[in-house]
Design a protein around this ligand. Sequence first.
Ligand code: ATP
Ligand code: LTN
Length: 333
Amino acid sequence: MEDKKRLFSAIQPSGILTLGNYLGALRNFRLLQEDYDGIFSVADLHTLTVRQEPADLRKNTYELTALYIACGIDPERSVLFLQSHVAAHAELTWILNTICYPGELSRMTQFKEKSRAHEDNINVGLMDYPVLMASDILLYQADLVPVGADQKQHLELARDLAVRFNNRFGETFTVPEAYIGKTAARIMSLADPSKKMSKSDANFNGFISIDDDKDAVIRKFKRAVTDSGSEIVSREDKPGISNLLNIYCAVTGKTLSEAEKEFQGKGYGDFKLKVGEAVAEVIDPIRQEKNRLLQNKDYLDDVLKTGAERAERIAYKTLNKVYKKVGLLQRKR
Ligand code: ATP
Ligand code: LTN
C-alpha cells in the first residue's frame, strides 16, 4: 500500500448520475483503484454553488455514496468520504484564494456556462468552485485525478496553483496529472449531440440516468437524434451516430472498427435498439445494487464516518504544513 501512487477524484451530488458520469468518471475510478491508493469524495460543498433544496441534497448525497460502492469502489480498500466532513477542504481554499486571481476564474468555461444557466444566482462560490476543487486534490497530494474532458481546465488551474505555491513557499504540493479516458471522456446529449450529456439538462430525453430502467433506456435511444444518410460510421459530419457508436464501444468493450463492421448495412432503428440493450445491461445491475445499499443507511453512515477519519488524517498533515509555510503560528495543544 505504502509505495502506490495516490489517486483522488470527486463527483457532485447534484442529481441522479448519468451514463456520461459513469463512463467518463466512475468506471475509471473502479479500474484505477487496483493500481493506486484511491481517495474518492462526494463533493457536497461544490453542489451548494447552485441553489439546492436541502432535502434533495441530503437524498442525493446518500444516492451518490451508494452508487460509488455499487460501481465497485471498495470502501475498505479506498477512502470514501463527504467533502463537508473534512473541514480542511474549506480551510485550504481560503489560503489558495490568496494566490489565485479573479481573471483565472472568470475565464473558466464551466463558470461561464453555469452563469448563463443560473443568471439569478451568480454567487462568489460559483466563481471560486475551481479553487475548492484544487484544494480537494492538493490536500491529498494526489498524483492522478481521473475526470471527464469537461474538467480539464479546472485540473490545469489546480496544477498552476500547486506550482505557484511551491515556487513561493517551497516544495509543499504534489503537482497532479489529469487522467482522461480515451473512449468515453465526453458523452454527448442524445437530444443534441453538440452538447455534453448532463444530469441537470431540462430535456430528460437528452440523458440516460442510472435510474432509468431498460424500457426507459431503450425508449430514449430510439428517440436519440441521428444524422442524415443511413451509414453507421463515426465521422465529423455525423455527430449523433458517432456519439452512439462511442457509447456502444464504451459499454461493450468493442473497438470502433468492430462496431462499424457489425452494423454495416443495418438500419438506424436496429442500431439504436442494440445500443439501448447494451447500455441497459450495464446499468441495470448497478442500479439494483445501489438501491439495495440505500436500504441500509447505517452501513452508509458507517462507511462515511470511517472515510472521513482516514481522509482527515492525510488532509491535516498537508494543511499544517501549508499554515506553517505561509507564516501562521502553530496552535499549542
Ligand atoms: P452538473 O450537470 O450538475 O454540472 P456534471 O454531471 O456535469 O453535473 P459532475 O457530477 O460533477 O458534473 O461530474 C462528475 C464526473 O463526470 C466528472 O469527472 C465529469 O468530468 C464527468 N462527466 C460529466 N459529464 C460527462 C459526460 N457527458 N461525458 C463524460 N464524462 C462526464
Ligand atoms: N468539479 C468536479 C467534481 C470535483 C472533482 C474534485 C473532480 C470536485 N472536486 C476534485 C476531481 C477532483 C466535476 O466533475 N464537476
